[in-house]
Design a protein around this ligand. Structure first.
Ligand SMILES: [Zn+2]
Length: 359
């Protein structure tokens, strides 16, 4: 079996034959991989910048890959939810088995930190010709979205963050007079796949969405923002055109990108931190803290997703494909074979929204 393998802590990767001799258990499913998505986490591991990446216990190397879609090849004797030929997406994080959140399937809120994540830390990932996984960690993908199903993860993480947003904002009446959110503005900072998914989610609830970047949109970004009726703003040309805002979702991880926007925040608004970076040393002062306190502004970070978020992500993809047509599939900007993986793992292709490996 061919697999893309890394040695966490050292730079680079290798495509090689890698026989794990996985046996199919009674509650397990064997999956032929169709596509893997590539994200900053994969590139962070390959460039040895993610210090928390580690191999599975008993291994010296890690099979990379946490975004995947595959087709069921074979099912174990006691598998009830899947059959041969089904399209499936695997869940990334597996719980610690100790804390209450993990015991009830909410490993995205693991309290011990002893979870593992496929292709990232402590568990072999999905960048390989085939893999065996427990039925419980798979979600079914309708054939109608098999072309974009590889986007389920990352979208699942955004579904979780938006769910948290509404849970937090339930602290008061936040909807508009019509019961929806058409009187509310949202800034989404960063226009990668996560930024586009935040925009799509917020549009779905009726928000007026502004997609923010420090540059003009690429032709693809311009096409997608027009199609979903979101306003693309180049913030390097100034912020004066921007209205007051009710929710900011930062996907950039750069404080210098979102701190200048905070004085646009309305009373009772919310700031979602989703992106991660290092190096940006922007400072905050006591006046900003006062502003947050005096205006009931909520701030929360969000990471990962649970099984229900994956299932919801699949529902959203199905609905959006119907509504927005090729705007979704056009998010997949680069497809390469495993032999050409260096073109997308070692560098970011120009104009990239999402790059995938096709097995
Ligand atoms: Zn846990």
């Amino acid at each position: 079996m061919k697999a893309i393998v890394v040695k966490p802590g050292t730079k680079g990767f290798e495509l090689k034959d890698y026989d794990l001799r996985e046996k199919l258990g009674d509650h397990q499913v064997m999956i032929k991989t169709l596509y893997n998505g590539i994200c900053g986490t994969d590139r962070g591991i390959v460039s040895s910048k993610l210090s928390f990446s580690r191999p599975q216990d008993g291994f010296s190397e890690l099979i990379l890959g946490h975004e995947a879609i595959g087709m069921v090849k074979e099912v174990g004797d006691n598998v009830v939810s899947f059959r041969k030929g089904d399209y499936v997406v695997p869940i990334v994080r597996r719980g610690c088995g100790e804390c209450l959140n993990c015991k009830v399937g909410r490993s995205d809120f693991c309290e011990t930190g002893k979870f593992v994540e496929a292709g990232i830390r402590g568990k072999n990932g999905f960048m390989r010709e085939e893999f065996v996984d427990d039925e419980a960690y798979l979600v079914k993908v309708p054939e109608a979205i098999k072309d974009i199903g590889v986007l389920t993860e990352p979208l699942s993480n955004v579904v979780k963050a938006i769910d948290e947003l509404f849970q937090v904002q339930r602290r008061m009446i936040w909807n508009c007079e019509d019961g929806a959110y058409s009187c509310r503005n949202a800034f989404v900072i960063g226009t990668g796949p996560i930024g586009i998914f935040f925009s799509l989610m917020l549009k779905t609830f009726g928000f007026n969405v502004y997609l923010l970047n420090r540059r003009d949109p690429s032709p693809k970004e311009e096409y997608i923002s027009r199609k979903i009726n979101a306003t693309f703003i180049n913030t390097s040309k100034g912020l004066s055109d921007l209205p007051k805002v009710d929710v900011i979702a930062d996907t950039s991880g750069f404080p210098s990108a979102f701190i200048p926007l905070l004085n646009k925040m309305n009373k009772n608004s919310a700031l979602i931190l989703f992106g991660t970076q290092s190096g940006d040393k922007t400072q905050i002062d006591a006046d900003l803290i006062t502003f947050f306190v005096e205006n009931n502004i909520a701030l929360f970070g969000s990471v990962n997703a649970n099984k229900l978020d994956f299932k919801e992500a699949i529902n959203y993809l199905t609905m959006w494909k119907e509504k927005y047509g090729d705007a979704l599939s056009s998010m997949i900007t680069t497809r390469v074979k495993p032999e050409e993986a260096s073109k997308i793992l070692l560098e970011k292709p120009s104009g990239e929204i999402k790059s995938v490996i096709e097995w």
